[in-house]
Design a protein. Structure first.
Lengths: 270, 245, 270, 245
């Protein structure tokens, strides 16, 4: 096992403009916000971003003008309302938005993780999403070869880079997700490059003593970054809850046309 | 009584003991309904949720604004990846799911995607989440809206994100608004009950289509005991936030 | 959560003659031997048994005349040699044997666990296994709907009953696999009925304190049985290693024509 | 020197630093070869195995008769389900796999299924395990046999369980017998080296087909240092059991 510990800037160097990216977490939980801040700062852009149910990660990247295409089953701030920058960018035709449905994006990521060209997925047929995705080449209605009738096949999602914020990792890239995992293990295994950002760097002995806690073994990992509070203001289970006040402050600043100010501050946070 | 509490009681009453229920993001009322059911008539309900705690401990629960808040999993007996809930649904083992609906038509089909056209939306909505995937494969679909209005109950959806009534399927579709309860059947949306404090005229004047009316009840509000449970689970009234928009 | 703790006989009652069964473990590790003993004693038969790489579990069930069809990628005793009763029964045409390949049987079980009608699986094309399985209707060569060429589709494997021996379970059927899991989580989730046999019954608080250790939550479980040494003479990680001497004694008795004697003793062991 | 130790050394030498290798059941020599490589020239090799420990600690390792023995995972840094190794292989990320071969033809295709016909076998073999799945998708396939004989090196397989040489693929197929080492190429099996203690006649007289011979070496046996490593990993000589049949 080699040492893969780098700083945020070196990790950002692994990303290229135009890459397809996916991030850990959902909504206000375990989003790799520190990495996203540095990514915005790097000036790279034209990303395609894909996720199940993102939130501020997508919204702020879009606000910063880094995104060409966003693909997700839902993006928003739940009870706090719509994602203001996603909404604006889509309504103004600034970015392409591909609406997913959870089961399909999950199975697309699982296909990527399993090294399969596609996975079938139930449901969906009869909704207006089918036509949209068939046109884009993401889905195709096929016949179950064993006589079960029509079913949607979803093409494997293989992001160029997955950025996964975890609670604990060692310097070699063994990583431990505590509590909710969402699709993060699949994302990590599907992506061509995997960047782990971690609240804590633990000795490798931590994993030798608890091999079951090694949810993402080092052989998947390209780089590890030590970033305490790296998911802030979203939550990191066992470390800190979402900072709802901070999320509300972001939304307020967006509404007041001060998103650039927020981004400047956000970039300087790490 | 706040309509949220009436809605929670209606949602809870859809859950039978032993059933498997799931809620997603932005779902404070479904979360409270699932706990209310578990603490009253459905102690063996299986609680699956976007925060990925299986059967969180109601004693340790407090409602926060994000349904995925990790504290919502407190005291759970296992981690249930949402992918696992989706697999259970694919096997026909998720009995019920709660979904919102920005637009709902008379067949209880829903739009959560956009107002206007998909390509050039007037309003880009948050998106359907699991609606397209789960709506055709669960046995009970409970749709809710806090905005009983002609803009919600529409003649024609701008986009069909989720599927409501399906003929010949073992599937029940219930619509719970802030004014009334409906159930979808072949010929349309049947009015089941009107919430206390609302008249039939309130309900009908705010819909773009006619529901089927053939006798209806007054919606049963939560009892004092049930209100205590709801208030204990949500002491800061997060559940009312959805109504402020 | 309901109490699902029963004794072995009550668990065996959940199985019907002619059922398709799958068992936990591989080779000489975590095979539900106690359950199999009681299953033999019950007199039920005509089972189809399916697994990746079983060993003594398949051999003794076949020796006892309980099996109509066996499906596996490999059956044997590794360095100790061929499975004597499998070999004899197949060579004499007494049972049908369907040779699997690991990737396909794993993805068949995963399809079952995921509620999908089939999964694609790479490799395989060009071997003589394809014709065999296409004839049986287990596999079909299809075209990747996204242009990746031919690929094998493997039909979901949905056993009537999975019997999974675990280290720890509670009375309600929450179960913890420690160390190697093999395909046991997929088997558990794919099967119509799930029987857990456990070294130890722990209080449900064990899982509340360690939710990540709940590898098979109760909602899958039909019945739980407390069976210390329930995998003997195969291993149960963290509890006991394989008893190689006992396995060799079994093989010796088989070679000496004394398998019925061994079975009598085996049944009386629990 | 026991041929097992020569074979282990040959197998180890196929592993480059940083590569991902996998072994399955009934694989004592591959297990020892993987450790030998890790402890000598390939410290960063990724060790995946049927016992599901990722990178078990060689200091804590002792070889037992079942490759799945849970003690073989001692000191590992994670649990790697075999399914996960298969997924890695599907992504082209498993560099090498070891497989046995009851019959091997000149293209290094193998039979692990049956002697005689599939439907009425003269001998029902243990089965191909992962051979059909992995043999077409790994980059290095290392076949081994402890029974260098005409019954093993056959003109025609009774059943094609695994695929050897494949034209145009980034795939190396090495065959390691108890007498010699071969590598598959388009026109057949090329003899690479003959083990110390065997003659070219020993090798050829026990094959049903002619390998390609165009100069060959003597197989490099393990050094004293390497023998110490092997003996420390396998103090009870479990690796020789395979030769007793």
């Amino acid at each position: 096992m080699k040492d893969k510990l780098v700083d945020l800037d070196a990790a950002v160097d692994l990303v290229g403009s135009g890459d397809t990216l996916t991030f850990s977490g959902v909504s206000m939980v375990r989003k790799p916000m520190a990495f996203i801040a540095k990514l915005i700062q790097s000036g790279k852009k034209d990303f395609t971003i894909v996720d199940r149910e993102p939130g501020m990660d997508f919204d702020i990247l879009i606000a910063a003008g880094c995104v060409k295409c966003a693909r997700a089953a839902m993006v928003g701030f739940e009870l706090f309302g719509l994602a203001p920058n996603v909404r604006r960018a889509v309504q103004e035709g600034e970015i392409q938005f591909i609406e997913e449905t959870c089961g399909a994006v999950v199975n697309g990521l699982r296909a990527g993780a399993m090294g399969l060209p596609f996975l079938p997925v139930k449901g969906i047929i009869g909704t207006d999403l089918v036509e949209l995705h068939e046109k884009l080449g993401n889905w195709k209605i096929i016949n179950d070869p064993f006589g079960g009738g029509e079913i949607v096949a979803v093409k494997a999602i293989v992001p160029d880079v997955a950025v996964i914020h975890v609670q604990k990792a060692d310097r070699c890239g063994n990583a431990s997700l505590e509590g909710s995992r969402f699709e993060d293990v699949y994302k990590a295994k599907a992506a061509k490059k995997l960047i782990i950002t971690a609240e804590e760097i633990v000795p490798t002995d931590y994993f030798k003593e608890n091999p079951e806690k090694n949810t993402i073994p080092y052989c998947y990992t390209t780089a590890v970054v030590h970033v305490p509070k790296g998911a802030y203001p979203t939550a990191c289970p066992n470390y800190y809850p979402p900072d709802y006040e901070e999320v509300l402050r972001y939304l307020k600043m967006c509404r007041e046309g001060k998103v650039k100010e927020y981004i400047d501050e956000f970039i300087r946070r790490w | 009584m706040h309509p949220a509490d009436v809605m929670i009681k209606v949602m809870a009453s859809q859950i039978k003991d032993g059933e498997v229920f799931l809620h997603g993001l932005a779902s404070p009322m479904p979360a409270l309904a699932m706990f209310l059911a578990k603490l009253t008539h459905a102690p063996n309900m299986v609680y699956l949720a976007v925060a990925e705690g299986i059967d969180p401990d109601p004693e340790k629960f407090k409602l926060y604004p994000s349904s995925a808040d990790p504290r919502h999993a407190a005291g759970c007996i296992g981690i249930g990846e949402l992918a696992e809930a989706f697999d259970l649904a694919a096997k026909g083992k998720v009995d019920g799911m709660f979904l919102g609906g920005a637009q709902i038509d008379k067949h209880a089909n829903i739009n959560l995607t956009c107002i206007g056209s998909y390509d050039k939306p007037k309003v880009k909505l948050p998106g359907g989440a699991a609606a397209a995937y789960l709506s055709p494969i669960v046995k009970k679909l409970i749709l809710w809206t806090t905005n009983h209005s002609k803009r919600t109950f529409v003649e024609k959806l701008d986009f069909k994100t989720g599927i409501g009534y399906e003929k010949g399927k073992d599937k029940k579709v219930v619509v719970v608004s802030n004014m009334a309860v409906f159930e979808a059947e072949e010929s349309g949306l049947r009015l089941i009950s009107v919430h206390p404090g609302f008249s039939i005229d309130d309900v009908l004047s705010e819909m773009s289509f006619e529901p089927i009316i053939d006798g209806y009840a007054t919606t049963q509000p939560p009892s004092d005991e049930e209100m205590k449970i709801i208030q204990k689970l949500d002491p800061e009234n997060v559940r009312y936030l959805e109504f402020k928009k």
